[in-house]
Design a binder for this molecule. Structure first.
Ligand code: FAD
Length: 354
């Protein structure tokens, strides 16, 4: 029989070394627990987890288009948690909170107003999209040209996911967590997980396998394709989203003149490279609001699968000896710190110090 709570010396086993696996491993290792992490990927730099591919927008309001009040609350809480988390990591991670912009072209007012109205209805007072006159848009983002309408979401942020994935793994490793790369977990249960090498026991197991948690959870992968541009001289300070009647497009700045353009959302588990159609649609839309991108170079493309449950909402399940978290879908970076906090507080694990 497992205790419903963890003691300070409880041994932890984690299935999955993606975003959640790294975050939970780091927090528990820092709190002094012996931690073992299992993942089928060959090493910490292999980019199989969706966490690497994500644009890293921390957008509680914009995500309300396809999320509920709990995701919004988890997002706001995570925005408060990220600064201390990042400050405690062993390497620098770019984290900004400059807000984000919604843009719409003339002629697309109908679909844009539908989305803005939906966000305004679902967001609590003080968080609704703020209509932004075009002269103010020009002073915030001088290279954004072409849209006829703009709205500011002032509280939103962004994180560099590639830096964060690397730093979380290194933070966990240097705090004593042991990573077992190349080992897929076939099943989890209270107090144990199963790999090809046998049964591994622990006082508490965290099942954080994303799309790999089937058949124990009805999770599916939702294909997302994204492009990385090198765009020297293009000025962009915050994520922008174009509200287009046919597809959603966002443009996210990163350091070293990099700009990400994403992302498709396709009901398919196909991980093959980006399609011509997605490339054309995303880049044409991005160029239509940021014409300075014309001479940018496409330096990288990436495809990955967002782990989603049937209701597209996150799920946290706990029983003595086992916690499962899954279904982070398109908001993993937005909500992971608060979900991890919720899981660990329930288990009465002492707070870690940053
Ligand atoms: C194109 C794209 C853009 C995105 N943009 C954003 C964004 O802007 N903002 C945002 O908040 N979120 C975004 N996301 C979503 C975010 O990346 C995910 O919600 C998040 O990564 C989910 O975290 P996770 O730890 O549950 O899963 P993952 O990060 O996918 O990690 C799962 C891990 O489990 C491992 N695993 C799989 N099978 C097994 C097994 N059998 N045994 C052990 N381990 C296993 C995998 O190898 C992987 O390492 C985006 C995702 C994509 C694809």
């Amino acid at each position: 029989m497992h205790s419903p709570h963890l003691s300070p010396s409880s041994r932890i086993a984690i299935a999955g070394a993606g975003l959640l696996g790294r975050l939970v491993a780091w927090q528990l290792a820092r709190a002094g627990h012996p931690v073992d992490v299992f993942d089928p990927l060959p090493d910490p730099t292999a980019r199989g987890a969706a966490g690497w591919t994500a644009a890293g927008m921390l957008s509680p309001v914009a995500e309300l288009e396809c999320a509920d009040a709990d995701v919004f609350a988890l997002g706001l809480r995570s925005l408060d948690l990220w600064p201390d988390l990042v400050a405690g990591l062993p390497a620098g991670v770019d984290l900004h909170r400059r807000g984000s912009l919604l843009l719409a072209h003339r002629g697309d007012e109908g679909s844009a107003q539908r989305v803005v109205g939906l966000l305004a209805d679902k967001a609590p007072p003080g968080h609704a999209p703020q209509s932004l006159p075009l002269n103010e848009l020009a002073s915030l983002e001088p290279d954004v040209r072409g849209p006829a309408h703009a709205w500011l979401l002032p509280h939103e942020g962004q994180i560099d996911t590639v830096q964060a994935m690397a730093a979380l793994a290194e933070g966990a490793r240097s705090a004593g967590a042991r990573f077992h790369w190349g080992q897929a977990v076939t099943r989890t249960e209270a107090g144990a997980l199963h790999t090809g090498e046998g049964r591994f026991t622990a006082d508490w197991v965290f099942d954080l396998r994303g799309t790999g948690a089937r058949p124990q959870l009805p999770v599916r992968g939702v294909r997302g394709e994204i492009l990385h541009l090198h765009a020297p001289g293009v000025r962009l300070s915050r994520p922008v989203r174009l509200l287009h009647p046919r597809h959603r497009v966002y443009i996210v700045p990163r350091r070293d003149d990099r700009i990400l353009v994403g992302a498709s959302e396709i009901e398919s588990e196909d991980r093959s490279p980006i399609s011509l159609r997605t490339t054309v649609e995303l880049l044409a839309a991005a160029h239509s609001v940021l014409p300075a991108l014309a001479e940018a170079r496409v330096v990288h493309t990436e495809t990955n699968l967002r782990p989603a449950l049937p209701d597209n909402l996150p799920r946290l399940e706990s029983e003595p000896g086992l916690t499962r978290i899954n279904g982070l879908f398109r908001h993993g970076w937005l909500i992971a710190p608060a979900l991890a906090e919720r899981a660990l507080v329930t288990l009465q694990i002492p707070e870690t110090s940053a």
